[in-house]
Each structure stands twice: as structure tokens, then as C-alpha cells.
Design a protein around this ligand. Structure first.
Ligand SMILES: [Zn+2]
Length: 105
């Protein structure tokens, strides 16, 4: 049992007590330590649960661009406050839009 054998992969876990490799063929998957059956995966040998596939990056990750509407709201407020440059017409329109949203102010 040296080198690669032809046919389906076998579990290469070394059973020291029995003096042989596990050799199971069912549900064998490749790991950094070699091919392993479900009973001899690195997580199983360490007594931990198998890692589950995750959802991936969160939707609000830093790489996700902000929606156009969110930046438009910020722009209206900035223009109305006078912090963002704009034409007098745009400035007045932004002030009216902000005043409509917040009648108490
Ligand atoms: Zn095995």
C-alpha cells in the first residue's frame, strides 16, 4: 500500500492499534492530511463538529456599494444645510424638500 492506487480514493488514516490504514471507501473526501472517511476527518479526530458551509460575505460588507437612494438623502440634507455646493435653485429646492419632511424645524 504505497503511493497512489487506481480506483476510488480510500481513507488514509493510520490505525496504530490495528497496524494498518483505515482504507474505507465510502464518502471519502480530500483534506490537507490526505483522503479521509467521515470517521477520520481532522475535525472528527479533534472531537469537534464538522465545519458547515457558511452564508458568505454579509450583505452590508464594506465592499457592497451603498444604494443610490441612501446617498441621495444625504445629498439633499447636505445641500440644504449649505455644506455642499450647489446652484441657488438646487439649494432652495433641497431646503423645501427637507422642510417638507420635518415640519417642526
Ligand atoms: Zn477512515
Amino acid at each position: 500500500m504505497t503511493g497512489r492506487e487506481s480506483g476510488p480514493a480510500r481513507c488514509t488514516h493510520w490505525d496504530g492499534a490495528a497496524g494498518r490504514h483505515c482504507g474505507a471507501r465510502a464518502s471519502v473526501r480530500p483534506y490537507l492530511t490526505g483522503f479521509r472517511c467521515p470517521a477520520h476527518t481532522p475535525a472528527a479526530l479533534a472531537g469537534r463538529p464538522e465545519p458547515q458551509p457558511g452564508p458568505g460575505w454579509p450583505a452590508a460588507a464594506w465592499a457592497t456599494p451603498s444604494p443610490q437612494s441612501a446617498s441621495a438623502v444625504i445629498d439633499h440634507r447636505a445641500i440644504a444645510s449649505g455644506k455642499r455646493r450647489s446652484s441657488p435653485t438646487t439649494y432652495r429646492a433641497a431646503q423645501q424638500a427637507v422642510a417638507r419632511k420635518d415640519p417642526a424645524a
